[in-house]
Structure formats: structure tokens, C-alpha cells
Design a protein around this ligand. Structure first.
Ligand code: NIG
Ligand code: FE
Length: 412
């Protein structure tokens, strides 16, 4: 299948040699080509250039992109898209004054979703998740990471990961999977956290590794959930099964999880709504990508990750959705990019870099995703006619996407 996009008003994120990640000052630059064309061949970006230098193109399907902007599809490196049911009652409870933590303490929260998921068949779970996946693809996401963590039993955790695996087989979008068994302490193990961690290490991890159901391992390192020592245990155990760490840290409290994650060579540390100077120092000169989840801050009315301060300190930053039924019932990366500009004071260039190149890095996809580079996957967003790319986060409530191409094919 050959596809040629012509007369593109502006082609964003054009990088002949794309760096694996962008940090500090580098994030300010968004290389673009005006009045451009892109040639897609069998799912790959084969070539691009400006209209004044376009060679012959007989036999290609041509799409006129006059007035439109084309950019790489979003790389959403943090989601919990496979889940059962919703938690709109807890949303109302919070409106009425309860906090996220208070709701969790009275049996809501993650264990509430786990109960629903355990009672849902694998087939039903697949269909619920597939419709969310289709929605995010239409919103411009071309690669997504999906975590387990709403199962909390061996059987249910495996069910979640099998559903994610099946989605990756059925849909053109790239999916990376993460084992997050240590998401919360299940009701049956209340007061016996170590017993649950034993189950995780002795039963869940070996099975997941054996069936090759996950590439990454995650843990919710937070007061009332899992400690830094628990995190070190799980990450070390995961390493024995070749699982790479990507962890939830510093959502509500800074308890030393970032330094420990960096020490364990985590690919990413995610949330960071609360970030001390020591945490920031720990991230400097590391290979660990900090990931901000602004839709979660928006929905829970909690602080935003200090992205401005982090980039000014020379750090890289990625943006992701955190799509899940409790803290972020939205998988819309366009909203994430806009909210990062509006609430975290990222410039449009920084936010787009964070949601493409750095998002790809945070899920091990730097070589194939995140930029317009010859040989990378043809995952592209074509916008409606817009005055400039800055208009995309500016008009935050509008759907400005005309079409999305994933793996060289238009998403219907
Ligand atoms: O990333 N913080 C931990 N886990 C999820 C939310 C879980 C839930 O409330 O269901 C998150 O925000
Ligand atoms: Fe999360």
C-alpha cells in the first residue's frame, strides 16, 4: 500500500537522525517543513520533502493536505486501558467532599475496579477495552502502553495481560504491556502485604514471564500502598525475569521512590505531582524518563507535575494519559498536550516533543516511533485546516483531527 500526502501546510517533528530523547533546551525546538509531502510505503515513512522538490508519483494514492498540519501520532507511554466497568459513583463522592485516598480507604478505588474485573469474562473485558482502544486511535494515538493491576489475583492479572496481548494482535496500533500486580493490596491480603508480595514474586511474575505477557514491571510506590523497600524487592525480582521497571511514584508523597527507581535503571518514573529538590537531582544524568500525567491532576484536582521547573533544570519530560477508571477516565492525548501547556506552562513545542519523541522513549520505541524519520512507522495525525500548530493546544476543546494514519493505513 503506497500513500502520498501532498501540499502539507506544515510537517512537524521532521528529524533525519532523531535523538532517543530530548532534554531541557532541546525540547524547545520542533523541526518542521513547510509546504511538504510525505511518501508512505507498506506502513513505513519512506521519504519526505518540500513540494518544490517532489519526484514523480504515478500509481500512489494521493491525499491533498492543503491547509493541514501533519505530525507523528501520539505515543502514550502510560495507560490502564484494560479495565472493567467505571467508577462514576466515586467521582460523585469526590464532588461531595471525599478525597481520593478516603474513597480508597472505604473500599473504593483500585480494589473496587479489581472486584469488577474479576467478575468480568475475558471476552467482555476484551470488548470493553477494544472500544476504548478504537477511541484513542481516532484521537491520534499510534502507540500505547497498557498496564495490568486491576486483577490482583494471578488469574485476573493474567486475564488483563492476555486481553492486552490480543488487542495488540488485532489492531494496527503498537501496544507495550506492563505487569502492575503491585497496584494495591487486595482485600484478601489486608494486613498481610508481604503475603501478597510473595504471591507476586513466586507465582505471578514467573507465569507472566513464561507466557511472555509483559515487557515491563510497575509498582504503585506510595504511602498506604507500597513502600520503597517493596519497590526494590519487586524491581529486583522483575529483573530476574528480564522485566524492565516503569514505576508509579510521587503522586501524593515523596518517599524516596525516585532515587530507588533510578538506581534500578527504571525506563520511566511516572506521576511526580509532588517532587522535591532531591528527587529532581536524582533524575539528573540518568536514563530514566520522568513522565507527567496532567489529565490525572485535572481530574483529581491535585498538583500538576512541575514540568516547567524540570525542563528548566535540564531534564527530559514525557507526557501520557494514565487512562484508567479512577483517576483519569480519559485517553485523549490532545487534551494532555493542551493541559500541559495551560497548566504546566510547557510551550507547544515542548509539549509536542514530550508526547511524541519522549513518549516513544518511555516505552522503548525510540527507533520506530515518535518522529517523521525515514524508516520509522507511518503513524501520523492529519489535522483539519488550522492557522498554526500552536492553535492545537490553544483551541483545547475542539476536535482538530481530520484523520489518523496508523501503520500506513487510515483509521476508520
Ligand atoms: O495511575 N495511582 C495509581 N494508579 C492509577 C489510578 C488507579 C485507580 O484509581 O483506579 C493512577 O492514577
Ligand atoms: Fe497510572
Amino acid at each position: 500500500m503506497k500513500l502520498l500526502l501532498t501540499h502539507i501546510k506544515e510537517l512537524l517533528q521532521v528529524r533525519e537522525n532523531c535523538p532517543a530523547k530530548l532534554s531541557g533546551e532541546e525540547m524547545k525546538e520542533l523541526p518542521t517543513l513547510k509546504n511538504a509531502w510525505v511518501f508512505i510505503n507498506h506502513g513505513v515513512i519512506e521519504d519526505y520533502g518540500t513540494m518544490d522538490k517532489m519526484g514523480p508519483h504515478q500509481g500512489f494514492k494521493t491525499l491533498d493536505c492543503s491547509g493541514k498540519i501533519v505530525l507523528p501520532a501520539w505515543c502514550d507511554s502510560h495507560s490502564h486501558l484494560v479495565y472493567a466497568g467505571n467508577r462514576e459513583q466515586e467521582f460523585v463522592d469526590r464532588i461531595n467532599g471525599l478525597t481520593y485516598q478516603e474513597i480508597a480507604e472505604k473500599g473504593g478505588g483500585i480494589v473496587n475496579s479489581a472486584k469488577k474485573l474479576q467478575e468480568t469474562s475475558e471476552e467482555d473485558l476484551y470488548h470493553q477495552s477494544a472500544s476504548r482502544l478504537e477511541e484513542v486511535m481516532r484521537l491520534g494515538t499510534g502507540a500505547i502502553e497498557i498496564k495490568s493491576g486491576y486483577g490482583l489475583t494471578t488469574e485476573a492479572e493474567l486475564k488483563m495481560l492476555r486481553v492486552a496481548k490480543k488487542l495488540s494482535e488485532e489492531y494496527p496500533i503498537t501496544i507495550k504491556t506492563t505487569f502492575l500486580g503491585a497496584h494495591a493490596i487486595p482485600t484478601e491480603y489486608k494486613g498481610n502485604k508481604d503475603g501478597y508480595l510473595d504471591l507476586l514474586c513466586n507465582e505471578m511474575l514467573p507465569k507472566i514471564a513464561e507466557e511472555k505477557l509483559a515487557e515491563y514491571v510497575d509498582i504503585f510506590c506510595e504511602e498506604g500502598y507500597f513502600s520503597v523497600a517493596d519497590m526494590e524487592r519487586i524491581l529486583s525480582e522483575g529483573k530476574k525475569h528480564n522485566l524492565i521497571p516503569k514505576v508509579h511514584v510521587n503522586q501524593f508523597n515523596s518517599i524516596g521512590g525516585i532515587a530507588a527507581a533510578v538506581k534500578h535503571n527504571a525506563l520511566s518514573v511516572d506521576h511526580l505531582e509532588v517532587l522535591t529538590d532531591e528527587d529532581l537531582e536524582a533524575l539528573k544524568n540518568s536514563n530514566t524518563m520522568p513522565v507527567a500525567l496532567p489529565s490525572c491532576s485535572y481530574f483529581l484536582s491535585i498538583p500538576y507535575t512541575p514540568g516547567r521547573k524540570m525542563i528548566d533544570a535540564g531534564l527530559p519530560l514525557a507526557l501520557a494519559t494514565d487512562y484508567n477508571p479512577g483517576s483519569t477516565p480519559s485517553g485523549n492525548m490532545n487534551f494532555v498536550v493542551a493541559t500541559a501547556c495551560i497548566k504546566m506552562r510547557l510551550t507547544p513545542e515542548e509539549a509536542i516533543n514530550a508526547a511524541t519523541v519522549n513518549g516513544a522513549y518511555a516505552m522503548g520505541l525510540s527507533k520506530t516511533h515518535g518522529s517523521i524519520t525515514r524508516g520509522k512507522k507511518a503513524n501520523l495525525i492529519i489535522t483539519k485546516p488550522v492557522p498554526s500548530y500552536g492553535y492545537l493546544p490553544y483551541a483545547f476543546g475542539s476536535n482538530l483531527i481530520d484523520s489518523v494514519i496508523i501503520n500506513g493505513k487510515e483509521v476508520k
